[in-house]
Ligand binder design. Structure first.
Ligand code: GTP
Ligand code: SPV
Ligand code: MN
Length: 605
């Protein structure tokens, strides 16, 4: 389709202006067909950016290697450009929107020379659902077009819903690497240097401008930019929740069903939990979403969640047939791999895939790599944030209601992070406010999902939303408290979980993955007021025998991960009081300050 054929005059005008600014050689409006997807992949193969994988073993799959400056989100280059700096709050980078638009317009000027401008109409959420939102992304990256085909609903069917004057969120994206006459990418991943990358959000005008990165959440603008940063602002204004949460369906041996969402920071186990294969017999877990949940109160007063995405952009390392069989099955075909290692058979390999590297590999930087298990210094063959992009509908565990436009009613919220000490395996909040307090103090060891944050250190990541909240985090806490003022009995119960406790030898005490079903079973029962528990100063904990112990976890281990570490908690609370809560100034809701006092009092009693 050409731009002239577009019915939406506002959209047409916006594209024409973008064309004038960015000077692409040609413009193409994406229709979302298989032919289009195949053509995008072919273009990237022809320009040396993609390697087709073995058609017998991984049909329809390709591998990309990006640039070392472009392997993850860049938080220091991510901006919330609200009119006032106060609205972006202490946890976001802020630049005055007019200044930022000026700077970025200069970068966009001519940035698509020698390339095609693709216009991608996309829907986050099932097309036509009243929870769904429409965006239109302009991009010069066929890699992005192909990924968007998997991650969102794209093409003509979205334009049909948009009509002649529908609302859409305009999203600019350019990799920031114009081509000279006759020049081609020639195998070199196009992007701009870090200091020229910008991932910008204009919350008041609901716009997204991204420049200089072709990777993941920086470039697939429906995901973190629209479905979280812009959506949090819409959700605040319209009374709903846009969260960095997986959504799972769990069925107990009696056939009773509940839906649970969980917010864990990036690379802390959402995809794995969403696709878990229970080790508890008779229980079943199915997937509704693995990264983002949009939740609105339904007519019955319960909160209903939809997964706005259509695919999984999942962490490859650590994914194997034991840890996540469902993900492994999902990515057998029609999958885009980015920054994993290539085998001689033209298949993929990554650290902890479940078997040794078969022979000579090409690592994520494009160099030959031979596994040397005696060399503890050997660099990984796959980048720690290497990812797969796979269609959700290919997941064997996908729940039948995953595309239900009405969403699924949520019974429990989980919060968690990577905490080697102090935080117990599971802890139920005593009240909604206590739960919001727990969400507000989430801390986690930093992972490789962001390029510019030092991995391994613990940082506070409230609600797992630190890099994803489009407004002042103090107001966001308030918004959560307000949600709790509606329909008190029908609210989900709130739990804090931690799969990452370590022993003195630095080994995980809890085996995690499928064994997390044991914790989910207790949570399921607690939602109905069942399950054995003790009321403690930090919250409601299972009794030591309430959760069936998995193989390899001794009684002492279990007692340790279910104990209340009074001294550790005192230090935790002191840290929140000194280093975390003061950041929010007078935007910190009084209720949370009171909750801090209350828990401190209980710990000292
Ligand atoms: P994003 O896509 O970045 O938002 O990540 P995510 O939260 O979906 O994390 P994911 O499920 O991809 O897991 C990230 C890493 O944590 C992988 O290497 C997993 O193998 C590992 N992991 C996931 N669940 C567990 C668990 O229960 N225990 C342990 N020890 N590791 C886990
Ligand atoms: C995350 O970092 O939380 C992700 C990957 O899910 S990205 O889409 O790159 O943000
Ligand atoms: Mn994520």
């Amino acid at each position: 389709m050409t731009v002239n054929e577009l019915k939406h005059t506002g959209l047409k005008k916006w594209i024409e202006e973008a064309c004038t600014l960015m000077s692409p050689d040609t413009v193409e409006v994406c229709n979302g067909t298989q032919e289009e997807y195949d053509r995008m992949i072919q273009i990237t193969v022809d320009t040396g950016l993609a390697t087709p994988l073995n058609p017998w073993l991984l049909p329809g799959c390709v591998l990309f290697r990006s640039d070392p400056s472009d392997v993850a989100r860049v938080e220091a280059r991510t901006y919330i450009a609200s009119q006032s700096q106060q609205d972006a709050g202490p946890t976001n980078n802020w630049v005055d929107p007019d200044t930022l638009k000026k700077t970025m317009s200069e970068l966009y000027r001519g940035s698509m020379k020698g390339r095609t401008m693709y216009v991608i109409p996309f829907s986050m959420g099932p097309i036509g659902s009243n929870i769904a939102k429409i965006g239109v992304q302009i991009t010069d990256s066929p890699y992005v077009v192909a990924n968007m085909h998997i991650m969102a609903r794209v093409g003509t069917k979205v334009l049909d819903v948009l009509g002649a004057d529908g609302f859409y969120i305009p999203c600019f994206h350019s990799v920031g690497k114009p081509l000279g006459p006759g020049e081609q990418d020639n195998g070199k991943w196009p992007c701009a240097p870090i200091e020229k990358k910008y991932i910008s959000h204009f919350p008041e005008t609901r716009e997204i401008w991204s420049y200089g990165s072709g990777y993941g959440g920086n470039a697939l603008l429906g995901k973190k930019c629209l479905a979280l940063r812009i959506a949090t602002v819409l959700a605040r204004d319209e009374g709903w929740l846009a969260e960095h949460m997986l959504i799972l369906k769990i069925t107990n041996p009696k056939g009773e069903v509940k839906y649970i969402t969980g917010a864990f920071p990036s690379a802390c186990g959402k995809t794995n939990l969403a696709m878990l294969v229970p080790t508890l017999s008779g229980w079943k877990v199915e997937t509704v979403g693995d990264d983002i949940a949009w939740m609105k109160p339904g007519p019955d007063g319960r909160l209903y969640a939809i997964n706005p995405e259509a695919g999984f952009f999942g962490v490859a390392p650590g994914t194997n047939m034991d840890s996540n069989r469902n993900a492994m099955e999902t990515i057998r075909r029609n999958t885009i791999f980015t920054n994993v290692a290539l085998t001689e058979e033209k298949t993929v390999w990554w650290e902890m895939i479940g078997y040794d590297a078969p022979g000579k590999l090409i690592d994520w930087t494009g160099k030959e790599w031979i596994q040397d298990k005696n060399n503890k210094e050997q660099k990984p063959a796959a980048h720690p944030n290497s990812r797969f992009t796979g269609p959700a509908k290919q997941c064997p565990a996908i729940a039948k209601e995953w595309e239900d436009p009405a969403g699924v009613p949520i019974s429990a919220f989980l919060f968690g992070g990577r905490r080697p000490k102090t935080i117990p395996l599971v802890n139920q909040a005593k009240s909604w406010i206590h739960g919001v307090f727990m969400g507000s103090i989430v801390g986690s060891e930093v992972t490789a999902a962001a390029l510019d944050v030092k991995a391994g250190t613990i940082r506070r990541d409230p609600f797992a939303m630190l890099p994803f909240c489009g407004y002042h985090m103090g107001d966001y806490f308030k918004h959560w408290l307000n949600i709790g003022k509606q329909n008190t009995e029908k609210l989900p119960k709130i739990f804090f979980v931690n799969w990452f406790r370590k022993n003195a030898a630095g080994k995980f005490i809890w085996p995690g993955y499928g064994d997390n079903s044991r914790v989910l079973a207790w949570i399921f029962d607690r939602c109905d007021g069942n399950g054995k528990f003790v009321d403690t100063p930090i919250g409601i904990l299972p009794t030591p025998d309430a959760i069936e112990r998995p193989a390899g976890v001794s009684e002492t281990d279990m007692a340790e991960i279910l104990s209340v570490d009074i001294e550790g908690w005192k230090a935790e609370i002191a840290d929140v009081r000194k280093n975390h809560y003061p950041k929010f100034g007078d935007k910190l809701p009084q209720e949370l300050d009171d909750e801090l006092d209350a828990i401190e009092k209980r710990l000292n009693a």
